[in-house]
Design a protein around this ligand. Structure first.
Ligand SMILES: [Zn+2]
Length: 148
């Protein structure tokens, strides 16, 4: 049976489901925004994370901020920040180079190992061939000089 009450019930269920979905979407959006806010560099005065390059004043304590390459500092301390960024970049470059060198060494070692393995395989095949040849020779000799 399908009457008015059923219809009303279905409509309520549908409405609740839609509302729930909407609430979930909003919650996700809020979480995303919070995450975005939290991921920025901290204000040098109050430590609250700043959204990348967005404000010239801290959204929290309203202090004046200077942005350099996605980092934030107090006005007048730009040189300090630039020097720090430069050191960090050099450190990053150095560790990147060390990582590459390490990988190259590993690859070279692996290649050496593989070469050694293929050499070993070649030697064992050669040894097998020599053994077989000796056996054939022994058989042939025993047939040649053997008692008739
Ligand atoms: Zn602040």
């Amino acid at each position: 049976m399908f009457d008015g009450m059923d219809l009303l019930g279905s409509a309520v269920v549908l409405k609740t489901a839609t509302a729930q979905q909407r609430t979930m979407q909003l919650t996700e959006e809020i979480l995303r925004l919070q995450q975005e806010k939290r991921s920025g560099p901290p204000c040098p005065y109050c430590g609250e994370p700043q959204k990348n390059g967005e404000y010239e004043l801290c959204w929290n304590c309203h202090s004046k901020l200077v942005w350099i390459e996605g980092h934030v500092c107090e006005p007048g301390r730009e040189e300090e920040l630039r020097a720090r960024l430069k050191t960090e970049t050099e450190d990053r470059k150095r560790s990147e180079r060390e990582r590459l060198e390490h990988e190259a060494r590993l690859a070279a070692e692996q290649q050496k190992q593989q070469e050694q393995q293929s050499r070993d395989a070649y030697h064992s095949r050669l040894f097998g061939l020599v053994v077989v040849l000796c056996l054939v020779l022994a058989l042939w000799l025993s047939w040649w000089w053997g008692p008739t």
